[in-house]
Design a protein around this ligand. Structure first.
Ligand SMILES: NC(=O)C1=CN([C@@H]2O[C@H](COP(=O)(O)OP(=O)(O)OC[C@H]3O[C@@H](n4cnc5c(N)ncnc54)[C@H](OP(=O)(O)O)[C@@H]3O)[C@@H](O)[C@H]2O)C=CC1
Ligand SMILES: CC(=O)N[C@@H](CCC(=O)OP(=O)(O)O)C(=O)O
Length: 346
């Protein structure tokens, strides 16, 4: 058994990690750490864990945690893990960070978009970007995994085959993202209360979203060209789910079926990426609770654009599920281990 701990265990990402880790046959959860609720029972915060996780939330004690776990998940807000991860790495604990602290190789970009000081450059350069399907050979030997953001996961899996094949123009890419409210975490704020969200839809952080440099960094790697995307995020009245509708100008004359064939071929060995047939569009509910990313495609011959619809569950493939997929890769376990659950429907 690999012994793991979760820092930030009483947030939405943390509790989703616990749900999935409970059904993982090769790990035991040894430590659950909280910032403001240390000393409380996890079940006081989350009664649905009664008789499932009878653990007490503890404070961060580096020596105590490091001597009890092999691997740590950080489900903390940005700005936290960059301060507390270094001593764990020094003590040979593998770290998977769900926050944005180690995703951007250029620390100045982090400072600009996250409005915070960057992590140590050496750690930034040594961190492995954890989009499993694209970087599994690097993840295998990684000690510090920067788990991707939720929108970047849906977007990059959505554009990767067409961009890699140079069938779309990278400079033309526009992403229209929509997220359920759990993407904002468990902290209460006026913008997130029922009366503000229910029967409502709103755009936010236009041109300012912290996932813009992350997506551009990845597009640069895939195409070898400098990327500049248009990315607009929307909050929609649902709990879980992300849909990214992506548009890109075609550089080749191609049919929808040929595009679908390219995507199916690219992802033929990827259990968690499912490509729909022509005229079939994925919906967020079709991936809820699961680690799947479902993708639908259409070549719009009238406008000469590719339209891609990519959906994930923000808390699973967009956070905790992909973190566990990465843990499976690090340990050379089958990637589906602990993640084989069918989406919850309806
Ligand atoms: N929600 C989502 O869909 C996704 C989230 N992420 C990222 O995952 C991370 C966690 O998100 P989420 O679970 O939604 O957020 P929440 O706000 O729900 O939870 C954050 C957790 O971090 C803990 N925490 C806060 N400050 C500190 C600190 N200084 N030291 C230790 N622990 C601290 C909180 O503990 P306490 O309550 O005790 O203070 C809480 O348990 C974030 O970086 C987020 O951006 C990434 C992809 C998707
Ligand atoms: C609905 C909502 O507010 N979603 C969050 C997602 C944040 C996140 O998960 O990303 P990081 O880990 O990069 O902070 C947002 O758009 O900022």
């Amino acid at each position: 058994m690999v012994k793991v701990g979760v820092i930030g265990a009483n947030g939405y990402g943390g509790v989703e990690l616990l749900r999935l880790l409970k059904q993982h046959p090769l790990v035991s959860v040894e430590k659950v750490i909280s910032h403001s609720t240390q000393g409380c029972k996890l079940t006081e915060q989350y009664p649905h864990l009664n008789d499932v996780f009878e653990m007490t939330l503890e404070k961060i004690d580096i020596e105590e945690i490091a001597s009890n776990v092999d691997l740590l998940f950080f489900a903390t807000p940005s700005g936290v893990s960059k301060e507390i991860i270094p001593p764990f790495l020094e003590r040979k604990v593998k770290c998977i960070d769900l926050s944005g602290d180690f995703r951007l190789k250029d620390g100045l970009l982090y400072e600009k978009w996250y409005k915070n000081t960057q992590a140590k450059n050496e750690l930034l350069q040594n961190a492995t970007y954890g989009l499993t399907e694209l970087f599994r050979s690097e993840i295998k030997n990684g000690h510090l995994i920067a788990n991707p953001g939720c929108y970047p996961t849906a977007t990059i899996l959505g554009v990767y085959p067409a961009l890699k094949a140079k069938w779309i123009d990278q400079k033309s890419i526009i992403i229209d993202g929509k997220s359920g409210i759990s993407g904002a975490g468990r902290n209460a704020s006026i913008g997130n209360i029922f009366a503000e969200i229910n029967e409502n839809m709103k755009a936010y952080k236009i041109g300012l979203h912290q996932h813009i440099p992350e997506i551009e960094q990845l597009l640069n790697v895939i195409s070898g060209e400098e990327a500049r995307i248009s990315f607009t995020t929307h909050l929609v009245p649902m709990t879980r789910g992300i849909m990214c509708t992506i548009y890109g100008d075609l550089k080749v004359t191609i049919s929808t079926q040929k595009m679908i064939d390219l995507y199916k071929e690219t992802y033929k060995d990827e259990y968690f990426v499912r490509i729909r047939s022509a005229n079939e569009w994925p919906a967020t509910k079709e991936v809820t609770g699961s680690n799947f990313c479902d993708i639908g495609l259409r070549v719009d011959e009238r406008t000469n654009r590719l339209v891609i619809v990519s959906v994930i569950d923000n808390l699973v493939k967009g956070a905790a599920g992909q973190a566990i997929q990465n843990m499976n890769v690090i340990n050379a376990w089958h990637e589906k281990t602990g993640l084989a659950n069918v989406p919850l429907y309806p």
